[in-house]
Design a protein around this ligand. Structure first.
Ligand code: FEO
Length: 170
């Protein structure tokens, strides 16, 4: 049985993962409206991944005898000045999520909850990839330096991204 304090913190992270999905879906809509179908595809898949992250928290809380409590999800922004501004936001957001995961690990360790620490290690590794993939696209977009030709080449590349369901992850 999971302690109330830990369960509440994991519920907060469930909300944060749902917010991430909301944020990236909003970015998908923004890029779609700007006719960047590939950027939009990348964001849509990112949103799908965030939903799988949220469900991992949902399932773990339930498995440990905790109670999932869903709270309101903050409204995400809907406009960005440029693809670069959007990807700077993605990178900053992922760094923030890494911080949240680290805080959860600290709490699990201070509470002596080794099962939760073990569960969270998947997210510790995932955040390394999340920061890396956001940073990789951001660097490309920066190099494009507002050149429409270069941006459309990146758009074409990001259009190739496909969603891998959780069973196929790692
Ligand atoms: Fe759920 Fe993008 O980390």
């Amino acid at each position: 049985m999971i302690e109330k304090k830990m369960s509440k913190a994991l519920n907060n992270q469930l909300n944060a993962e749902l917010y991430s999905a909301y944020l990236y879906l909003s970015m998908a809509a923004y890029f779609g409206s700007e006719d960047f179908a590939g950027f939009s595809n990348w964001m849509r898949i990112q949103a799908q991944e965030e939903l799988t992250h949220a469900m991992k928290f949902y399932d773990y809380i339930t498995q440990r005898g905790g109670r999932v409590i869903l709270t309101s999800i903050e409204e995400p922004p809907s406009e960005w000045h440029s693809p670069q501004a959007a990807f700077e936001h993605v990178y900053e957001h992922e760094c923030k999520v890494t911080g949240l995961i680290n805080e959860l690990v600290n709490l699990a360790l201070s509470e002596g909850d080794h099962a939760t620490n073990n569960f969270l290690q998947w997210f510790v590794a995932e955040q390394v990839e999340e920061e890396e993939s956001a940073s990789a696209v951001l660097q490309k977009v920066k190099l494009a330096d507002d050149s429409l030709g270069s941006l459309f080449m990146i758009d074409n590349e990001l259009g190739q991204r496909v969603f891998h369901p959780p069973a196929e992850e790692k």
